[in-house]
Write a protein that binds this ligand. Structure first.
Ligand code: GLU
Length: 298
């Protein structure tokens, strides 16, 4: 299988300039290293009708090209089920009946890192489990045998983070993101993962899961997010931040692309021209603040 990078948006709405900047970076990382570039729609959760089409249209408009057919996670449940069966067969999963609230209110286990699942259902007896099953459907959690793991990131170096008994399958039967992303990247031959650095804290969990499934751990590059003028993560409510809104304000797509390239220290023009100049070693490490691009009156 060819080495590959990827972009994996959740089709919850239109992409904003922060998402597009991450997509451009993922494309530059992949193409500059001779990798294929794949697009995966992460539609297990939060899908809005029509959003996928809008996202693909905007990626193409900005010059992000991809190889092969777009993959959708909702078409891949059997693959996730097989991975979950392997973990369960190896004694590495257990049923959990906790509500979000019960988890929040549970006293955390001694020395457990903040935010880690407190382990309430880890050692239930058969009778207790049967009683709980009668009340509520179970989620399935990983029975982690470590409390932390270290990953290597192109931009962050060595990063150590929490590994807890995270959810593999939610109690509504939907596969959890951390399981799906690991299984998909491996199945698609993705050996380079470039994404927003909000996902860096989840990465040790994913790398640990990959090791349990005997899957190679990809190269990671977690790139800085785009912020609004107040220093908060950019969101739709921050004004004209999608290509459609910007076009309506008189800003053509090429101007948006050039502004994003400029924010990365790269010259204006088609993305493939930027490839020659792309060097991860000199990429800005700080978040970029979106201050808009002048419209037709600017
Ligand atoms: N679907 C995730 C998101 O849009 C990205 C997951 C990933 O790149 O691993 O935030």
């Amino acid at each position: 299988m060819t080495a590959a990078g990827r972009f994996a948006p959740s089709p919850s709405g239109e992409l904003h300039v922060g998402n597009l900047r991450t997509a451009i970076l993922a494309w530059l990382f992949a193409r500059s290293t001779g990798r294929a570039f794949l697009l995966r729609v992460e539609d297990l959760d939060r899908a809005r009708a029509g959003a996928e089409e809008e996202q693909l249209r905007d990626l193409a408009a900005i010059g992000v090209s991809w190889d092969g057919a777009v993959v959708r996670q909702t078409d891949r449940e059997p693959l996730y089920a097989t991975a979950i069966e392997r973990l369960t067969g190896a004694g590495l999963s257990y049923e959990c009946f906790c509500t979000r609230r019960e988890i929040q209110e549970a006293p955390s286990a001694p020395h457990a890192p903040q935010g880690a699942y407190p382990g309430t259902c880890r050692n239930l007896g058969d009778a207790e489990r049967a009683a709980k099953r009668a009340v509520r459907p179970a989620a399935l959690r990983l029975r982690a045998e470590v409390a932390q793991a270290t990953v290597l990131d192109v931009l962050h170096g060595s990063f150590t983070g929490v590994v807890d008994d995270f959810v593999l399958r939610r109690n509504d039967g939907v596969t959890a993101y951390n399981l799906a992303v690991v299984v998909d990247d491996a199945a698609q031959g993705v050996d380079q993962v470039v994404r927003g650095d909000d996902l860096l804290p989840s990465t040790p969990r994913q790398a640990y899961l990959a090791s349990l499934l005997h899957i190679p751990v990809p190269e990671y590059a977690h790139v800085p997010l785009v912020l609004n003028a107040d220093g908060a993560r950019l969101a739709k409510r921050d004004g004209a931040v999608t290509l459609a809104d910007l076009a309506a304000a008189g800003v053509p797509v090429d101007r948006v692309r050039d502004a994003l390239l400029a924010s990365l220290g790269l010259p204006a023009g088609a993305l493939h021209q930027a490839l020659t100049f792309f060097d991860p070693a000199v990429l800005p490490r700080e978040p970029w603040v979106w201050a808009g691009v002048g419209g037709r009156d600017a």
